[in-house]
Write a protein of this length. Structure first.
Lengths: 162, 162
């Protein structure tokens, strides 16, 4: 779903660079819940800090109890952003990610949604078949307040490279 | 392991803000292999693009065959960086991540190492118990060339807040 839905009539067709405008916004149509089990499993595999795996946190920890790894909330929201946007466009991969920020901890049972907004686009100077499209991804709590966010520097195929 | 090892004599003691200097470098003492199964499993869960889950890649894909999600190589190297650094310091969490970049695709069977370098430190103005320590994390191929990298804006406990 998106506020302004530029989906081609043929729904199998992916959106190309030309179909996107700065300000276009795409929203996930579901939330994902970070369960205690999934938080601990992710933490043990990728971010084994005491406060991500359920061990007693050291006294100095700023967290009161188990919190999800920031990489876990990032990955979970990327899944939603892929359903809403990255999987719907002719995505050629990311050049990078900037400004990944966590605004508050994610605790067991928290549900997150995600939305994607196009913030910049330009044709590649080196390869006219590609467009650079930068998007801001925001993970939100059910009430809408942002929990985390980042900018993806993406590459999307052009339909008419000339 | 680290080039300059500031580990206290009591190995249970975590490194504090005061123990770290700009230029200190910490290296993982092992590599992690991204297997085909782990790439597909991660892709299905967090980044379900055709080129991350083993489906036929669209003609326009810049990748020839299956490649790991960039979030997967990021998370796998974060595990190594936690063993080498984040789990050895009195880490109070990350303020954010900047400049996450992927320099080349990661394919099934590729092994990665990670190293962490302290690039900036300063005491928090708002909370003298905390120090801000920024580090560059680099994921490397066995020959040493960098595969991905990012900067963590971290917070580390001070031993002597006065």
């Amino acid at each position: 779903m998106s506020d302004r839905d530029p989906t081609p009539s043929n729904s199998d067709e992916q959106l190309a660079y030309e179909d996107l405008s700065v300000g276009d916004r795409f929203e996930s149509d579901r939330t994902v819940e970070l369960t205690r089990d999934s938080i601990v499993e992710f933490g043990r595999e990728y971010d084994p800090q005491p406060f991500h795996v359920g061990d007693d946190a050291p006294a100095a920890s700023p967290f009161d109890g188990l919190v999800a790894s920031g990489l876990h909330s990032f990955a979970a929201c990327n899944r939603l952003a892929t359903e809403a946007f990255f999987g719907r466009v002719a995505f050629l991969g990311g050049r990078g990610v900037d400004d990944l920020r966590w605004y508050r901890p994610v605790r067991p049972g928290d549900a997150l949604s995600a939305d994607v907004e196009v913030v910049e686009k330009r044709v590649s100077a080196s390869d006219p078949r590609r467009g650079y499209v930068d998007v801001d991804v925001t993970g939100r709590a059910p009430a809408g307040d942002r929990v985390l966010g980042w900018r993806v520097l993406g590459m999307i195929q052009r339909r008419d490279p000339e």
